[in-house]
Design a protein around this ligand. Structure first.
Ligand code: ACO
Length: 375
C-alpha cells in the first residue's frame, strides 16, 4: 500500500519592518480608506536590507524542521515556491539546502505565481505516495518589495514579504494530504507579468527606465478570474477527495483581496468562520501567503486533529490549485535523550558550516595552478 503524506511541521517568518497604509499615503496618491475598502489590507511586512527570499525561507524552514523534530540531513527534497527568487539561477532551494546543511536533499524551485505553494505541496505528495521520498520540505517565500514599482499605486499597495514552510513525511496512517488539483491558463500570461529580466527582454538601461523589472498587472481581469476559479477549485478538490463541501472545517485561501475571498465564500455557501483571513496584516505575499496563513491557523489552535482543511490559491500564469488535507494525525515522535536534542539544535544552528567548508575547498582548488598553466 502506498504511504500517506502527512504534515509533520510548520513554520513561518515575517520581516520586522511594517509598512502601513498611512506610510503609503506619503509615497503615492492613495488613502488608507481606499486600500482598506478595496482590498482589506492594513499593513504589510518589508524585508530588511540583508534579507532575501532565501534568508526568509531558511528561517521558516528551521522552525518547521524543529516542530517536526527532523534533522535537515533526513530531508529527501526541498522545494521552494517563489516568483521573487534570489537569482534567475541557481534555484533559491539550493541556497536553502546549503544553509540548512540538508546534504541528502534534491533542491529546486517552482514558479507558479501565488499558486506556487499548492504546486509544491502536490509535488511533495506525489513524491511521498510514490515511495520515492520520505521527508520533504516545501517553502513559499517572497520578497516582492524588490519587484514592485513604488510609484505605481495600482500594485505597490498590494504586496508584502515573508515565508512559510511545511515538512511532509511519509506514514502508513491514513490522512494528511488527501487530494490536490492544479490548473493553468497561459492565455492570461500577460495579465500579471514582470516583463524584463528574462530572455525575451534582457536587462538594459531602457528596461530600467521603463520600470519593466517590476510587477505589471491588470487588476480587474485578475479579480474576475480569481472570483470564479477560487470556488471552482475548492469544489474540484473536494470532489477528488470524495467528500462533500459540508465536510470542510477551514478554507485557507490565497490572501490577495478580502472581496475575492468573500465572493468565493458566498458562492460556496460556507460560514464566515470557515475562511481564514490574515491579509490585513501581511498584504499579498504571493506563494508565501497560504503557508503563512496555515501556520497562524495551526499556532492559534483554530484546527484540531482530524480537521478537514482546504488550501486554495490562484495567481500569475494564470494558475490555480487546491489541496484537501486531513490535519493532525499524530506521527510517532521518538523520545530522545538530552544530548541528542542538543546535537539536533546545534545541527540546525550550524547547518551552513559544511557548505561553507566545501565552498572554501572549491576556491582553494581553483587557486591551485593547473597543469596547463605550468606548461
Ligand atoms: N489608491 C487609490 N486609488 C486607486 C489605487 C490606490 N492604491 N489603485 C487604483 N486606484 C484607482 C484606479 O486608478 C481607478 O481609478 P479610475 O476609475 O479613475 O481609473 C479606481 O481606483 C478603480 O480601479 P479598479 O482597478 O477598478 O479597482 P478595483 O476595485 O478593481 O481594485 C484591485 C483594484 C485591488 C487591484 C483589484 O482589482 C484586485 O484585487 N485584483 C486582483 C489582484 C490580485 O489578486 N493580484 C494578485 C494575483 S496573485 C500573484 O500571482 C502575484
Amino acid at each position: 500500500m502506498s504511504p500517506y503524506a502527512h504534515i509533520a511541521g510548520w513554520g513561518m517568518y515575517a520581516p520586522a519592518r511594517v509598512l502601513s497604509n498611512q506610510d503609503l499615503e506619503h509615497m503615492v496618491d492613495t488613502t488608507d480608506e481606499w486600500i482598506r475598502s478595496r482590498t482589506g489590507i492594513v499593513e504589510r511586512r518589508i524585508a530588511g536590507e540583508k534579507e532575501s527570499t532565501a534568508t526568509m525561507a531558511v528561517e521558516a524552514a528551521r522552525r518547521a524542521l524543529a516542530r517536526a523534530h527532523l534533522s535537515p540531513r533526513q530531508l529527501d527534497a526541498i522545494i521552494v515556491a517563489t516568483i521573487s527568487p534570489d537569482h534567475l539561477t541557481p534555484a533559491t532551494a539550493c541556497l536553502v539546502q546549503a544553509a540548512l546543511g540538508a546534504d541528502k536533499a534534491a533542491a529546486f524551485d517552482v514558479s507558479a505565481g501565488c499558486s506556487g505553494f499548492i504546486y509544491a505541496l502536490s509535488l511533495a505528495q506525489m513524491g511521498i505516495t510514490a515511495g520515492e521520498w520520505h521527508s520533504v520540505l516545501i517553502i513559499g517565500a517572497e520578497t516582492l518589495s524588490r519587484f514592485v514599482n513604488w510609484e505605481d499605486r495600482n500594485t505597490c499597495v498590494l504586496f508584502g514579504d515573508g515565508a512559510g514552510a511545511l515538512v511532509l513525511t511519509a506514514s502508513d496512517q491514513p490522512g494528511g494530504v488527501l487530494a490536490c488539483v492544479l490548473g493553468a491558463d497561459g492565455s492570461g500570461a500577460d495579465l500579471l507579468v514582470i516583463p524584463a529580466g528574462g530572455s525575451r527582454m534582457p536587462a538594459s538601461p531602457a528596461t530600467l527606465e521603463q520600470h519593466a523589472h517590476t510587477i505589471h498587472m491588470d487588476g480587474r481581469a485578475v479579480f474576475r478570474f480569481a472570483t470564479h476559479i477560487l470556488p471552482e477549485a475548492v469544489e474540484q478538490v473536494m470532489r477528488k477527495a470524495g467528500l462533500p463541501l459540508t465536510a470542510i472545517d477551514m478554507v485557507i485561501p490565497h490572501q490577495a483581496n478580502m472581496r475575492i475571498i468573500e465572493a468565493a465564500r458566498k458562492k460556496l455557501r460556507l460560514p464566515e468562520e470557515a475562511f481564514f483571513v490574515n491579509l490585513y496584516r501581511y498584504g499579498n505575499t504571493s506563494a508565501a501567503s497560504i503557508p503563512i496563513a496555515l501556520c497562524e491557523v495551526a499556532d492559534h489552535g483554530l484546527i484540531n486533529d482530524g480537521s478537514l482543511v482546504v488550501l486554495v490559491g490562484f495567481g500569475a500564469g494564470l494558475t490555480w490549485g487546491a489541496a484537501a488535507v486531513r490535519w493532525g494525525v499524530a506521527l510517532p515522535q521518538p523520545a530522545r535523550p538530552w544530548w541528542q536534542r542538543a546535537l539536533y539544535i546545534a545541527r540546525l544552528a550550524f547547518g551552513r558550516l559544511p557548505a561553507f567548508l566545501r565552498r572554501l575547498l572549491y576556491r582553494l582548488w581553483q587557486a591551485l595552478p593547473s597543469r596547463r598553466d605550468e606548461e
